[in-house]
Design a protein around this ligand. Structure first.
Ligand code: HEC
Length: 178
């Protein structure tokens, strides 16, 4: 009988019994805790990921169309020459792309300045060489183009004055002119 007991159980001492009893409680409890943790943590890897803002940012469209966003809004003050030069003309005239007279280059600008502002304006409106009509700024008014020309010409040794333009004229849009 004693021999049989020896084979039927590996628990031989009270310490072993206690260890086995304790482990038989602790191990399943640990297992349950870890399962619960797994289930609770799964959807919220990033706690901020499901906030309405974060969701909206994720599903926002790749592009949107905004009407009337480009160029000066109707009734807005015409842009200064400097503004237009910085945003439009500088693209070509800083580096002198395709023989565009460079900003501040007196020799480069002298011939155009000599031809005079009306001729320069005509050239810009109609396009010249690699410069597209209206210098590519289809929304720019004649006044804005004039100011931009004056800004660049005066940086390069010109001495042109801002034209006195009637307020109505200053707001004239390209399509409305001529
Ligand atoms: C796409 C490049 C480009 C942009 C943008 C551009 N220009 Fe030009 N511009 C040129 C080139 C190239 C020339 C030289 C044309 C030629 O003589 O063949 C030129 C020449 C000119 C001239 C001299 C015209 C003449 O009578 O010889 C003026 C004035 C001028 N640009 C004004 C402007 C103004 C003002 C803007 C911005 C509103 C502007 N450009 C934007 C390329 C550009």
């Amino acid at each position: 009988m004693a021999e049989h007991d020896e084979h039927s159980s590996f628990i031989k001492t009270p310490q072993q019994l206690i260890t086995v009893v304790v482990l038989s409680f602790v191990v399943p409890i640990f297992g349950i805790i870890m399962l619960v943790q797994l289930v609770l943590n799964k959807p919220s890897a990033d706690p901020g990921a499901m906030t309405p803002d974060a969701v909206a940012a994720r599903i926002q469209p790749v592009g949107r169309v905004e009407f009337g966003a480009a160029g000066p809004a109707a009734g807005a003050a015409p842009r200064t020459g400097e503004e237009l030069v910085k945003t439009v003309c500088a693209a070509c005239h800083i580096a002198g792309i395709a023989n565009a007279p460079k900003l501040g280059d007196k020799a480069g600008w002298a011939p155009a300045i000599k031809r005079g502002l009306p001729e320069m304006l005509k050239a810009v409106i109609a396009g010249k060489g690699a410069m597209p009509p209206r210098a590519g700024a289809a929304d720019a008014t004649d006044l804005e183009l004039t100011r931009a020309i004056i800004h660049m010409a005066n940086q390069a040794g010109g001495n042109l004055k801002e034209p006195a333009v009637a307020p109505a004229e200053s707001q004239a849009k390209p399509a409305a002119k001529k």
